[in-house]
Design a protein around this ligand. Structure first.
Ligand SMILES: Cc1cc2nc3c(=O)[nH]c(=O)nc-3n(C[C@H](O)[C@H](O)[C@H](O)COP(=O)(O)OP(=O)(O)OC[C@H]3O[C@@H](n4cnc5c(N)ncnc54)[C@H](O)[C@@H]3O)c2cc1C
Length: 386
């Protein structure tokens, strides 16, 4: 028997869950979320570092972060489930005049958008925050105390549980295998559990989104790019609490994760593809950057079997694509977060729900995130990519 839904969301990661939550909040509860895995969080959401920051360079990313971080700070009360938001801050460390000019320009943009708590910090202040840092080449930096971390799995579950409490449905272990389009209008989706009749489909398929868009005959410039994280064994030679620290000279960044330290670095040699195996040669590369900036980290134990890899969902300008597909009525994209899908999940869920229900977003000018920007040459360039 054909099922029906007002909205079908493909993918139950943090983004699909947020869209379901925001639709249900607005009274649209005949929503069906379809997930091919047996559990939520098996895509990028479960691999994320959980970092949230307002320290971006483009207005749209700053606006989305500002809204989202405020949302995370109230998440437990508003959603009724924990987000584990920890306002430990993000500390950017500049080692060149061009880094300083870049942080200065970003800070001016942040202030213009009402973000007034990004502070300049001197090398001495940086040293005081993390005494083990080598600061001889650091010229200064910026620190925002409300940046920090959330638990992506908790946020995803919180959004979905709340949506389900309001009537949204979740089908696990069910793959979407086709999307029916008639006269340029969505009519239904085909799944391993049968057909679902619907006139609205939300593509929240993360790194797999381009394939899902193709099922409806739509083009979506989203590419998977492997990203690897390395946790250390318990390590007590760094403070118990400190911010996410970003070494701008290499892009190496790290934060505390329980008793150990979580190490991250964007390997420029990485090439696009669905690669989710951890490459053990990465350990030596990242430890070289780690020990160079934080010499005591040379003593940290690392078990490569505890390290992991996941996929960023990259767009050509490293900004999300949110909005209707131009040639398929009823198909909406919420994709291409380029590594920021956790931190921007509250804003993106709200924007997507508003576009579906009222045709425009009250939060931002959503036109700038439309997929049409690529054909129109209106790319948004974000340079603060971690
Ligand atoms: C190592 C790493 C570190 C990261 N660190 C951060 C960070 O610090 N801060 C931050 O904000 N972001 C970070 N990110 C990015 C963030 O994790 C992603 O942007 C975010 O999780 C995307 O969420 P999503 O719901 O769109 O995708 P996903 O979580 O990947 O969910 C998509 C879902 O769609 C399902 N699906 C796909 N195709 C189908 C189909 N045909 N039928 C049914 N289901 C389907 C998949 O199974 C999957 O569950 C990181 C990512 C990685 C890999």
């Amino acid at each position: 028997m054909t099922q029906t839904a007002d909205v079908v969301i493909i993918g139950s990661g943090i983004v699909g869950s947020s869209v379901a939550y925001h639709l249900a909040q607005a009274g649209c509860t005949n929503v069906l979320v379809i997930e091919r895995e047996a559990h939520q969080g098996k895509g990028s959401t479960g691999k994320s570092m959980g970092g949230v920051r307002v320290q971006f360079s483009t207005p749209v990313n700053i606006q989305m972060s500002r809204y989202s971080i405020d949302f995370f700070s109230r998440f437990d009360d508003v959603v009724g489930h924990p987000a584990d938001y920890r306002a430990h801050g993000y500390l950017f460390c500049a080692t060149s005049e061009s880094h300083l000019a870049y942080l200065q320009a970003n800070r001016e943009r942040q202030i213009a958008l009402g973000v007034n708590n990004v502070e300049w910090v001197s090398p001495e202040e940086i040293q005081a925050i993390v005494p083990q840092l080598r600061t001889d080449d650091i010229l200064g930096g910026t620190f925002c105390p409300t940046d920090g971390f959330v638990d992506p799995h908790s946020v995803m579950m919180g959004f979905m549980l709340n949506a389900r409490e309001r009537g949204a449905r979740l089908w696990l272990d069910t793959q979407v295998t086709g999307i029916e389009v008639e006269n340029d209008q969505i009519e239904g989706v085909l799944t391993t559990r049968g057909r679902v009749a619907t006139r609205v489909v939300v593509n929240a398929a993360g790194a797999w989104a381009a394939g899902v868009a193709r099922m409806a005959g739509a083009d979506l410039p989203v590419e998977p790019l492997r990203r690897q994280l390395v946790p250390t064994e318990p390590f007590d030679q760094l403070p118990k609490r400190f911010p996410m620290v970003i070494d701008m000279s290499t892009g190496f960044h790290f934060r505390r994760e329980g008793k150990g330290i979580l190490l991250a670095w964007n390997d420029p040699a990485e090439t696009p593809g669905f690669k989710t195996e951890f490459d053990s040669t990465f350990v030596e590369k990242i430890l070289t950057h780690a020990a160079s900036r934080v010499p005591v980290l040379a003593e940290a134990g690392v078990n490569p079997r505890r390290a992991w890899a996941g996929l960023y969902e990259m767009t050509p300008d490293h900004h999300a694509i949110i909005g209707p597909a131009p040639n398929v009525k009823g198909l909406y994209f919420v994709n291409g977060f380029s590594g920021h899908g956790v931190m921007h999940s509250p804003a993106s869920g709200r924007i997507a729900a508003e576009l579906i229900l009222q045709g425009h977003s009250d939060l931002i000018d959503a036109g700038q995130l439309s997929v049409e920007r690529f054909a129109q040459g209106k790319l948004l360039e974000e340079t603060a990519i971690l």
